[in-house]
Design a protein around this ligand. Structure first.
Ligand SMILES: *Cc1c(COP(=O)(O)O)cnc(C)c1O
Length: 357
């Protein structure tokens, strides 16, 4: 058949769901293994009684909770159906076909897809040797056609973060009209050194073109409900509101997110164990020769080059699903000690005798 679809869609890949099997240890998607807290579960159950109604399309209660939490005004916040939808909408509100979206590479897979979907051009700047965003090189790559810049910090999939000084120096170089999206999906797992510490909300005040993206999917454990948010200048928020798919943040998700903010301390306490495990895993992997950059997220990156696919297939045969990036490396979610040990046992066997592990 030949339908009148947009031509450049042909260049976009078709989504292929990741394979899974009963009993698999799922370390491919950076989720938490803990289920929702009892208080959050209660809010979810209570909200079910009114799902015959449309959700609040203004997401008023959640927006107010977030504004209070961050000390910003409600017109500086847009809630979205996961922060991926906000990434997509940022492209939609900034780019005409042929415009450029700048980001580091390798990085979050949504950036090039969202960019190409509207016919804009992804400009991918290679990571540094330490596998972190090369902000000076990105500043040099800005052109008259640059409309949007993604800075993924910590970077998915390498886990690295940039220095606060280099982030500030970068923001000073970006023309004030170019929107910079600081994607902090893993913010709650960051334990910065002094030189890495910055306050994104303060930076947003100082640089009105800075959009801070955060999510309830990772540390808050609500990946299945789809809630993320942007903190930005009211003008950008207004534009994001126009691109928002009506009612796409459902009422159960809104209730769960509000309850999660109320249980903040308890949820964030859970990140401590992950941070401890992250160090333990990285140390063990390095001890047997793997190259693992310093991660500030709830996953580690293992550089494997041409062995990547073989390694991931063998891990799957050992019962562990991880995320391969062919020719490059794998991303492995850090969860609780038992699951991590199953992966480590496999990885140590592989290091001793690749392909027979
Ligand atoms: C997981 C992730 C997101 C957001 O996910 P949502 O579930 O859509 O909120 C955004 N950016 C990065 C880099 C991520 O890894």
């Amino acid at each position: 058949m030949s339908f009148r679809l947009r031509l450049h869609l042909e260049e976009l890949p078709v989504y292929v769901p990741g394979a899974t099997f009963p009993g698999a240890i799922k370390l491919a998607s950076n989720e938490v293994t803990f289920g929702p807290l009892p208080s959050v579960q209660r809010a979810i159950v209570d909200s079910l009684a009114s799902i015959n109604r449309y959700p609040d399309n203004g997401m008023v209660e959640l927006t107010a909770s977030l504004a209070k939490r961050y000390g910003v005004t409600e017109d500086e916040i847009q809630v979205g159906c996961g922060s991926v939808s906000l990434c997509q909408n940022l492209v939609t509100i900034t780019c005409e076909p042929g415009d450029e979206v700048l980001f580091g590479w390798r990085s979050f897979e949504t950036y090039p897809l969202a960019t190409r979907l509207v016919g804009a051009i992804p400009v991918q700047i290679p990571l540094t040797d330490e596998l972190s965003y090369d902000l000076p090189a990105m500043a040099d790559a800005i052109t008259d056609r640059t409309r949007l810049i993604f800075v993924c910090n910590p970077n998915n999939p390498t886990g690295t973060i940039v220095d606060a000084d280099s982030l500030r120096a970068f923001l000073e170089k970006v023309p004030s009209g170019v929107v910079v999206a600081l994607d902090e999906a893993y913010f709650e797992y960051v334990r910065p050194s002094q030189s890495q510490a910055y306050d994104a909300i303060e930076l947003h005040r100082e640089f009105p073109n800075l959009v801070v993206l955060r999510t309830f999917s990772k540390a808050y454990g609500l990946a299945g409900l789809r809630v993320g948010y942007a903190i930005a200048h009211p003008e950008i928020i207004t534009a994001l509101g126009k691109a928002h798919v009506p009612f796409s943040v459902n009422s159960v998700a809104q209730a769960a997110a509000v309850a999660s903010l109320d249980a903040d301390a308890e949820l964030l306490a859970r990140t401590e164990a992950i941070v401890g495990e992250r160090t333990r895993i990285a140390d063990r992997l390095r001890a047997v020769g793997y190259r693992v950059p310093q991660s500030q997220a709830n996953f580690v990156w293992i550089e494997l080059g041409d062995s990547t696919t073989e390694f991931a297939d063998a891990a799957r045969d050992a019962g562990v699903i991880i995320r391969p990036f062919a020719g490059d490396g794998v991303r492995v979610t850090v969860t609780e000690a038992g699951e991590n040990d199953t992966f480590l046992t496999f990885a140590e066997r592989w290091a001793a005798a690749p392909s027979t592990a």
